[in-house]
Design a protein around this ligand. Sequence first.
Ligand code: FAD
Ligand code: SIN
Length: 538
Amino acid sequence: MQTRDTDFLVIGSGVAGLTAALRLSAHGKVLVASKREASECNTRYAQGGIACVVDPADSMAEHITDTLQTGGGLSEESAVRAIVEGGPERIAELETLGVHFERSTEHPNDYDLGQEGGHSRRRVLHAGDITGQALSEGLLARAKADPNITVAENLLAIDVIPTGWIGLGGENRCVGCYFLDKNSGEILAVRSPVTILATGGLGKVYLYTSNPDVATGDGVAMAWRAGLPIRDMEMIQFHPTCLYHPDAKTFLISEAVRGEGAKLIDRRGHEFVYDFDDRGPLAPRDITARAIDSVMKKYGDPFVYLDISHRDAEFLQQRFPTLYKACLKYGFDMARAPVPVVPAAHYSCGGVVADVNGCTAMPGLYAVGEVASTGLHGANRLASNSLLEALVCGHRCADEAVKRRKENPVADITIPRWECGDAVSSNEEIVVEHDWNEVRSVMWDYVGIVRSDRRLTRARRRIRTIREEIRSYYKEYLVTADLIELRNLAAVAELIVRSAQRRKESRGLHYNEDWPETAAHARHTVIQDRPGGPLDAE
Ligand code: FAD
Ligand code: SIN
């Protein structure tokens, strides 16, 4: 097994990881590991934009209030304040890197701001309807051109390396990470005083999701196995409007479309969302997704409609060029008729407990972006706040890591060889595929928008059996990328179910029909299991 050294190790090439990497590169060598092509990440698919106070008529106080109200009592005000207030500087920096945000046609000095659910005013900066792509391409180009940054693709992190696992006494600290090099099939250890988890989300744990295939919750699973506290995993955000079409693979239709006047209607043309909230289609996502779920169940309909046919094609083509074209490809002209939509798993509000500087409970290990639970989102994320969080925390984390890296010396540490089984299974692929599908179906059927004690118990039982099966595979056979991802997917499934079972109330994104009331005091759900080794920590 080869061991490689770097001053800073960043796992993940989305907005959070690249923001941190670009800031770190002035202080040493940075290795950015990405398990597929570096451009493949949730960031790339972001549509609506970045929530940020840039309009003189807006205020930090209003953005903070909207975030806290949407967060259902679980957001932490100090984290919300730090992230909201850190936004304008990050936006200005992105512009110097060449990321262009749309300007108003009437007042070219002003930004063209979008409106999304839960925001009391227009506040969302956007690059057409492909904000994520603009961000990802801009940051990646810079990172690739930076002589101090190496972007390593097809390098899949398996487990971080706490000193406790490798037989060293004293405080348990992180000294790097084991990887599977997917190009060579070899295991590689990277030794570093700074390991930053920027591994993004976990949408693939559900059968229907807006997330790309890389979103398998690896960072949360690795941190959990390393013994770190994992928080509020039951708070899974379902995006209300994904295109309903057998070939669309849950293509997202941005909330910004509702910001421009789109209505949500049922089969009879009734604008049902007002029956649930006075804000109608611009209520926060927990309310809107639940309203859609309830209407679909009431009438046995497989979808509802998003209707913006009162706006003309010229406007839609100019404001939502990519979306408009994509819908046309599937046979829907948004300017002429309503489009069928369904909710799908979109965002993980919980994750690895970290402060706004990315610091976790383990020295040497940091978490930023969607993988982290900083206290910003609480029980429900305000639309377009996640890119903001990733930018602000990625930047702050770099500064903190530079300050602290000397506290975590690694030069004298010998990383032991990776131990794993040595048999190659002939039928492994089919078993992995079967378990993968089963985890995702169980989560969709039993741990979706509306939960119950009975369904959660059932899910827990099924997930436990699947995890046992995966454990035995993992011990006996050579690790493969699919097996590593499946193991992580099943681990986060268990964390979500256990967290949901612990919450004896309904709050924000977690609705349990056996516990429909909201408790007077908001409490986090924290799961922290006994630290062990890479195989027995679970
Ligand atoms: P990501 O961008 O997902 O990056 C994670 C990276 O980690 C990837 O490169 C991945 O390959 C890598 N990785 C994961 N596991 C491993 C491993 N084991 N080893 C090596 N590498 C690994 N938010 C907004 O604020 N505004 C929006 O308009 C918006 N629209 C969205 C639209 C869609 C369709 C989706 C899916 C999300 C949207 N979001 C939006 C959410 C937002 O895009 C994400 O929360 C954010 O981009 C997460 O950034 P990140 O850097 O934390 O993770
Ligand atoms: C969207 O464009 O609707 C997604 C915005 C988000 O997830 O914040």
